[in-house]
Design a protein. Structure first.
Length: 319
């Protein structure tokens, strides 16, 4: 690993570029036309422009990022969070071209993207999962599955993380309309995911457990972050340690996070996410197979620079 292209912008790009410099490696920034004079462009050793003004068509373009990597001679690509950071298609394209993708293997990313698959991997490890349905086939199947689970419900896409496209349903009368809206929004965004139903846990506490895993099978778990304020299933404020988590629950959830990432063959940095109900019972929710926006909170609490650890893991070093 000698030259790393940072396929992002803003805060995460600057943090990555600083870490790359402090590790004694060369860096390449990419930028769209509106970001031509952005700070991350000036901070990198060199920069490559990406055509187009829409971020999804440049920072989020597999072809354009790989073209920039090859033209600059970069042997590694770092994405951070957002854009291509969770894309198995991008990870596979990097592997096919002999470029190191800083993150899990594409097969692992595909597994993490599928919530129902993750549930099937967690259950045999005695990790509790929420009551849920299988994939919804059509509107009649939707109503039948909802009747079996009971209301209130969450309608969720099988693929993806981050709380997008989740619909909360309290009554049968609202279910079909919610399903149609979710499918329509997916089609507009070219997101082709099936949906499933999950029992809605009222007043749930959302706690995530950051993990680091190297290629030799070692896994480190770095405490937890409680998402104390959310809006539309998006985290606004996180806190560590969780003020509402008992020591027994903390230990069990941390052990579950380590067991699950080992079972999946996960390598890199990620977070295993859980929910607690009002009675203190906890459930596995999903895996985010990347650095999360709240990573600085864990760094401040534990004195570990997660981006540097990601780069060391990608280069084959042990934790």
């Amino acid at each position: 690993m000698k030259k790393i292209l940072v396929a992002n912008r803003g805060e995460i790009a600057l943090s990555a570029l600083r870490c790359i410099r402090e590790l004694g490696l060369q860096s390449v920034a990419v930028y769209s036309q509106p970001d031509e004079h952005a700070l991350h462009v000036r901070f990198a050793d060199e920069a490559r422009s990406l055509p187009g003004a829409r971020a999804v068509l440049n920072y989020g373009s597999i072809d354009r990022i790989l073209e920039a990597a090859e033209s600059s001679g970069a042997d590694t690509v770092y994405c951070g969070y957002g854009f291509l950071s969770e894309s198995p298609e991008f990870a596979r394209a990097c592997r096919d071209r002999g470029i190191t993708f800083v993150g899990p293997a594409p097969e692992v990313l595909e597994g993490c993207r599928d919530k129902l698959y993750c549930f099937t991997q967690a259950a045999p490890l005695n990790i509790p999962v929420p009551n849920h349905s299988e994939i919804v086939l059509d509107e009649d199947d939707l109503l039948e599955k909802a009747h079996h689970l009971g209301y209130p419900l969450l309608l969720k896409p099988v693929s993806g993380t981050g709380g997008r496209y989740i619909t909360k349903v309290y009554r049968k009368e609202d279910l079909v309309a919610g399903y149609r809206n979710a499918v329509r929004e997916h089609m507009l965004r070219n997101a082709r995911s099936a949906f499933y139903l999950e029992k809605y846990i009222r007043n749930a506490i959302h706690v995530e457990f950051p993990v680091l895993a190297d290629q030799a099978g070692h896994v480190l778990q770095l405490g937890e972050r409680e998402c104390v304020v959310q809006r539309r299933f998006q985290k606004l404020i996180s806190e560590t340690p969780s003020p509402r988590l008992g020591e027994a629950e903390r230990r069990m959830m941390a052990e579950a996070a380590v067991k699950l990432v080992r079972e999946l063959g996960f390598v890199g940095c990620g977070a295993v996410e859980f929910m607690l109900d009002e009675k203190g019972k906890w459930f596995f929710m999903e895996i985010n197979p990347r650095l999360q926006v709240e990573y600085a909170l864990t760094e401040a609490a534990y004195g570990v620079e997660l981006i540097k650890e990601q780069l060391r893991i990608a280069s084959g070093e042990r934790l």
